[in-house]
Design a protein around this ligand. Structure first.
Ligand code: ARG
Length: 458
């Protein structure tokens, strides 16, 4: 393809380090679409004949079907997808194939192909994240009133509902989708026509190719068009955050399904056994989601390292953008699917959750709030009084709601029988009606709001 000034072929090691076909073969669909758009534009502009363009497009369609049938012979000696396709086109249609590369370079070609590929992948991830949100919101609606311990420092803090907890992840996934949408908006400019780096002397219609490929506009600076990989970095950054969120939920599932807490059960569908310990039911899928986050964050940091020292314009280093990104985005896609499956599969043990929610004096804040509201005590004093009552309950080895009124009155004589109403965990969650709070009525409304929104595809 470029052998004019070369007398002999490359060393085997040169070929080995140079070839990207094992990775960029996945861009075949985008590569062929971009070539078809380019050929049609060249013909419209009178740069090649309509006959040649027709032959080229027909040949490209043949290649597409060969690849999809598994009948295409990818050659490492031809380096990459662009040259593999073009060489096969020459075999199929003869000399007209040589006209396709007019006013084009592999530099603007690969930038275009990979943008298209990342854009398609973002669309798939968005749909998958919406499905994940739906599974969470449905489970949240089922468990809007299921009380569980809310933790800070992994210590019992205040009772919350399981539904409320799950909806927290719906919010995170919404931000993830927003970040992918932002990345998609910025990436949607077409590099095609920037050629190697400087543009071209041929009278291109770059708006036409941009439109044909679904881009919003052609990229405005040819140097930037061929050397920008922000779209990969931004997408990997969004993917990293999404993976971090999935990993946190995975970690919670590991904790919840451990017999040490026993708060949630996963079925046979999302657990595995042990080859030696017959009693085991391991949450391997959750653990692997947690672990794959490392690969995704790793791909981001690897590409940041690749890009940080590169002068304009295209450098071969940039060929390294694809393998990590493809691996990371595939890992994210599988992780979303696994988490969606686990969310649908998991069954909370409501009785255990309720018991755990009441342990650890989780309603102590409710007692303090009662003192503020009923006795007009300043919150700081109420906090101190409650602390003394909790200490007394601990001395007597009793939960708060079992501590005799007399013992409370020994600390604060004005406390009355009414206080017991706020010490039950259900009462506690029911009272948290502030916007965004854990009250079952709030959770039900939020879950319904999300389900309606998701139905509309947002
Ligand atoms: N395989 C190359 C890549 O992925 C395509 C661009 C090659 N350009 C070049 N000037 N050698 O980056």
């Amino acid at each position: 393809m470029w052998g004019g000034r070369f007398a002999s072929g490359p060393d085997a090691i040169m070929e080995e380090i140079n070839a990207s076909i094992d990775v960029d073969r996945h861009l075949y669909r985008q590569d062929i679409a971009a070539s078809k758009a380019h050929a049609a534009m060249l013909a419209q502009q009178g740069i090649i004949t309509a006959d040649d363009a027709g032959t080229i497009v027909h040949g490209l369609d043949t290649i597409l079907s060969e690849i999809e049938r598994g009948a295409f012979d990818f050659k490492r000696a031809l380096e990459d997808i662009h040259m593999n396709v073009e060489a096969r086109l020459a075999e199929l249609i003869g000399p007209a194939a040589g006209r396709l590369h007019t006013a084009r370079s592999r530099n603007d070609q690969v930038a275009t192909d990979f943008r298209l590929w990342v854009r398609d992948t973002i669309d798939q991830l968005d749909a998958a994240l919406a499905g994940f949100q739906r599974a969470l919101a449905e489970k949240a609606l089922d468990h809007a009133g299921t009380v569980m311990p809310g933790l800070t420092h992994l210590q019992t803090a205040q009772p919350v509902t399981f539904g409320h907890h799950l909806l927290a992840y719906v919010e995170m996934a919404a931000r993830d989708r927003g970040r992918f949408a932002d990345a998609r908006r910025r990436l949607n400019e077409c590099p095609l026509g920037a050629a190697a780096l400087a543009g071209t002397s041929f009278p291109l219609d770059r708006d036409m190719t941009a439109r044909a490929l679904g881009f919003d506009r052609p990229a405005a600076n040819s140097l930037d068009a061929v050397s920008d990989r922000d779209f990969v970095l931004e997408t990997l950054a969004a993917a990293t955050l999404a993976a971090v969120h999935l990993s946190r939920l995975a970690e919670e599932i590991v904790i919840w399904t451990s017999p040490l807490t026993g708060l949630v059960r996963l079925s046979d569908r999302f657990t595995t056994g042990s080859s030696i310990m017959p009693q085991k039911r391991n949450p391997d899928a959750a653990e692997l989601v947690r672990a794959r986050t490392g690969r995704i964050a790793g791909a981001l940091s690897a590409l940041v390292m690749v890009m940080k020292g590169l002068p304009l314009a295209y450098q071969k280093d940039m060929q390294e953008d694809k393998e990590g990104a493809m691996d990371a985005l595939a890992a994210l896609s599988l992780s979303i699917a696994a988490m969606t499956g686990m969310v649908g599969d998991m069954v909370p043990d409501a009785a255990r959750m309720k018991k755990a929610a009441g342990a650890g004096y989780a309603t102590a804040t409710d007692l303090a709030d009662w003192l503020v509201r009923t006795l007009q005590m300043p919150f700081r004093n109420a906090h101190h009084v409650t602390g003394q009552i909790v200490a007394e309950a601990a001395r007597q080895n009793l939960p708060l709601h079992r501590l005799p009124l007399a013992a409370m009155q020994a600390v604060e004589p004005k406390i009355t029988d009414d206080v017991f109403a706020v010490l039950a965990v259900e009462r506690s969650v029911k009272s948290r009606t502030s916007f965004g709070g854990t009250a079952p009525a709030n959770v039900r409304a939020q879950a319904r709001k999300w389900l309606k929104r998701l139905e509309k595809g947002r």
